[in-house]
Design a protein around this ligand. Structure first.
Ligand code: MLT
Length: 242
């Protein structure tokens, strides 16, 4: 049987569920719409040489030297003592071109680290900012796809699930969808897609970011196709997929 007809697209709704997935034959797309995966897509597109995702703030500090830009976020805020956090506005061309950034975030970089341990064919980063480029590239591959929602502290998140549903919509004619989470993500996306920004006002992380007065980040992260780059994990670094 032609392998292309057997590929599936599935959705892992939280990193807590990842241990039950066998990813060895799959491409994983890590999703953290507010804001890690959006900022990573923007930074890589804007010419960062690489973004090194690390688990802890201490891991990040180990890279202290003028060679690296250190970025650390916890609970939505920049960690004290760091110049950069996780806002896409910190990942503009003038700030990141030619630089290597070492990044730790509450959920996003953790999910990237977890994916690394599962021997996936590839680990990519997805966001609304690169959704078309990402979906087209996935359609040209012969592997199954697992969309991993970083969520919030092991819990389900609306924004990551909606994005997963948007990707399922794009892939469903070319991939088999036989996973309840993928059907649920797609149905939720169908419900919300008329006005995603309005729908996501109820998301817990929107509320968190609003309390920190960073609503502009929410608006930025919900833009479609601002970039055509796809970050890919190579060893311990996220670089632009060639
Ligand atoms: C995360 O990784 O948890 C998020 O990107 C949090 C944020 O900075 O908004």
């Amino acid at each position: 049987m032609n392998k292309i007809q057997t590929r599936t697209v599935s959705v892992c709704l939280s990193p807590a569920l990842l241990p039950s997935y066998n990813l060895e034959e799959s491409i994983v797309v890590v999703i953290d719409i507010f804001r890690a995966s959006s900022s990573i897509c923007y930074g890589i597109h804007n010419g960062a040489d690489a973004i090194i995702p690390v688990l802890t703030v201490d891991d990040c500090k180990k890279y202290s030297s003028s060679d690296f830009l250190l970025a650390a976020e916890r609970n939505g805020a920049i960690v004290e003592g760091f110049a950069f956090g996780n806002s896409p506005f910190s990942y503009t061309e003038e700030k990141v071109r030619g630089r290597t950034i070492v990044l730790t975030t509450t959920n996003g970089t953790r999910s990237i680290q977890l994916s690394k341990t599962k021997q996936a064919k590839k680990v990519l980063i997805g966001s609304f900012l690169n959704i078309s480029a990402l979906s087209h590239w996935l359609m040209d591959q012969q592997h199954s796809v697992v969309l991993l929602c970083a969520g919030w502290k092991e819990n389900f998140s609306l924004e990551d699930t909606l994005f997963a549903g948007a990707v399922v919509e794009k892939l469903k004619e070319s991939f088999i969808v036989n996973d309840d989470a993928a059907h649920a993500a797609y149905d939720l996306y169908t419900l919300a897609k008329g006005d995603i920004a309005e729908y996501l006002k109820k998301s817990s992380h929107s509320e968190r970011l609003e309390k920190l007065n960073i609503e502009a980040d929410i608006e930025f992260c919900l833009q479609l196709d601002v970039v055509d780059s796809i970050p890919v994990l190579e060893n311990d670094r996220l670089v632009k997929l060639g």
